[in-house]
Design a binder for this molecule. Structure first.
Ligand SMILES: *[C@@H]1O[C@H](CO)[C@@H](O)[C@H](O)[C@H]1NC(C)=O
Ligand SMILES: *[C@@H]1O[C@H](CO)[C@@H](O)[C@H](O)[C@H]1NC(C)=O
Ligand SMILES: *[C@@H]1O[C@H](CO)[C@@H](O)[C@H](O)[C@H]1NC(C)=O
Ligand SMILES: *[C@@H]1O[C@H](CO)[C@@H](O)[C@H](O)[C@H]1NC(C)=O
Ligand SMILES: *[C@@H]1O[C@H](CO)[C@@H](O)[C@H](O)[C@H]1NC(C)=O
Length: 466
């Protein structure tokens, strides 16, 4: 409480100084930030002068976040020179109607807004950034954004939007960033998966960043000749990379989609300007086939992080001319299940500055021994053979990366053969040592020559004669 009072005192002092310096009505600011009816309640906002050079235009930032405010708690007219207004984490059920020529940034995230209606932004037409994320917005009237010709960043993420009206964004003529992520039923919007997204919804062709995470999309059609740089399609239902993508694209996130493999067919239409490709958390991805990245010579980073079913990474994934990837610096295999890498990848791995094998079950045998020549901390550990299990790559000696001369079954067969041979040998010896007849007798039938031959005992006739 003392702190708070102290804060007020300091603020009042600061404001007084400003009144003297600039001669404007600071009471207006005070009335706004600490309205009489909410004085010393949780509903007062915090207003601060932005540090600006003495000759700069004054700007005030107002923070009303976490104040349990309803839309009606808010007066329409904002103080002069207000630059940013933070209304996040309140209880507003619609966007308040505001009036300010100076307001540049409006943050209404984390409220309970269910609909955007026309004419809400008529009097804040100089807005540059509008954050409407984390509400429950379901419907957006067609002319909602009509007065917002200056907006560069529009965030509608984490809402419940399932229909975008035709040409909805047409007035946002200098829009640079559009975020529609986590509107999980956006796929219900007619045409969103099979018609040119820009033309259908009136998106500014100069857009630089488009985010559509978790919108249940199976496909998306973008024009090829637009200067889009970053496209985020994480967590959709894509089974392949959209057929048509802007040729200037540099960062593509297709993580957590339903690809089973990455092959040259799938990457065929990506442009060589691509510098960062994120293929993380893929639930079905099993293999990276040969030539998968052959044409993507501008790549700087590829990440497969946590694609747990990924077991195969072709030695020719970069094609046969590995010298063509001059700027590739980062490969993340963390959390995948790739056991081994072909030594054809050595030149590529050698030019990296970051190579992450955390949690990868490496098979430390003669085929992977070349990895010891990579001078990077990869956090890799051996999983097989069992005597090296858990050992960090760095502490295993090159000589320990050995392969058995023969496959295991050959060894087994050899031992089995040896046992068989021994048995036969022992038998033979035992038989040789026995008296010769022993064996023969057994096989002979009882006959005349045998000691057991039948003996006929006849009465002694001679005796009878006597
Ligand atoms: C959000 O608004 C809906 C109706 O629009 C209401 O039922 C719900 O209670 C509100 N939630 C909160 C947290 O105020
Ligand atoms: C949108 O995606 C959901 C699953 O996320 C699916 O149930 C629904 O059928 C899809 N709708 C359309 C029109 O594609
Ligand atoms: C690549 O683009 C061409 C022409 O637009 C198209 O016919 C083909 O299907 C695309 N390939 C893939 C894999 O999307
Ligand atoms: C890649 O996956 C597709 C299905 O997504 C399958 O039809 C194709 O045969 C697979 N290619 C290879 C080389 O495994
Ligand atoms: C490594 O790649 C070369 C060249 O493509 C191939 O001949 C060889 O069989 C591969 N080795 C393994 C173990 O896959």
């Amino acid at each position: 409480m003392i702190c708070r009072q102290l804060y007020f005192v300091i603020l009042t002092l600061a404001l007084t100084r400003c009144v003297i310096a600039e001669g404007i009505d600071e009471f207006e600011l005070e009335r706004f930030c600490y309205p009489e009816q909410h004085k010393n309640t949780r509903k007062s906002c915090e207003c601060s002068n932005e540090d600006s050079p003495p000759w700069g235009i004054r700007s005030i930032n107002i923070d009303c976040s976490y104040k349990m405010m309803k839309t009606n708690d808010f007066s329409e007219v904002l103080p002069l020179y207000v630059n940013t207004l933070d209304l996040s984490w309140n209880k507003m059920d619609e966007v308040p109607t505001l009036a300010s020529d100076s307001l540049r940034v409006l943050n209404v995230m984390h409220n309970n807004i269910t609909a955007l209606t026309n004419k809400k932004f008529v009097k804040v037409s100089n807005l540059r950034e509008l954050y409407l994320g984390w509400n429950s917005i379901q419907s957006i009237e067609l002319s909602t954004f009509d007065e917002l010709a200056q907006v560069q960043v529009l965030d509608l993420s984490h809402n419940n939007v399932h229909t975008l009206g035709l040409q909805l964004f047409r007035s946002l003529i200098i829009l640079e960033t559009l975020d529609l992520s986590w509107n999980r039923l956006l796929n219900q919007t007619e045409g969103i998966q099979d018609q040119d997204f820009y033309r259908t919804f009136g998106v500014n062709t100069k857009l630089k960043t488009l985010r559509m995470q978790a919108c249940s999309l199976r496909d998306l059609v973008l024009p090829e000749k637009v200067p889009l740089i970053k496209l985020d399609l994480r967590r959709n239902l894509l089974e392949k990379i959209p057929t048509k993508l802007p040729i200037t694209l540099e960062i593509l996130d297709i993580s957590a989609n339903l690809f089973q493999n990455i092959s040259s067919v799938i990457t065929a239409n990506l442009s060589s300007t691509m510098s960062e490709l994120l293929v993380e958390d893929m639930p079905r991805l099993q293999s990276v086939e040969e030539k998968a990245f052959e044409t993507l010579i501008g790549l700087k980073k590829i990440s497969f992080q946590n694609s747990r079913r990924l077991t195969k990474f072709s030695g020719n994934a970069f094609g046969s001319d590995v010298g063509r990837f001059p700027v590739l610096r980062t490969l993340i295999f963390r959390g995948t299940s790739i056991g081994s890498f072909n030594s054809t990848l050595e030149p590529i791995f050698k030019q990296l500055t970051e190579l992450d094998f955390n949690g990868v079950p490496l098979i430390c045998d003669c085929e992977l021994v070349w990895i010891k020549d990579i001078q990077l901390e990869t956090n890799g550990r051996c999983y097989n053979p069992s005597q090296l299990r858990g050992e960090p790559l760095t502490s295993v000696d090159k000589s320990e990366f050995s392969c058995p001369q023969w496959p295991h079954w050959v060894g087994g067969l050899f031992i089995f053969g040896l046992i068989l041979l021994c048995t036969v040998g022992i038998c033979a010896v035992v038989m040789c040592l026995r008296p010769n007849r022993g064996g023969v007798i057994l096989r002979r039938h009882v006959g005349s020559g045998s000691p057991y031959a039948r003996v006929t005992i006849e009465p002694n006739r001679q005796e009878n004669y006597y």
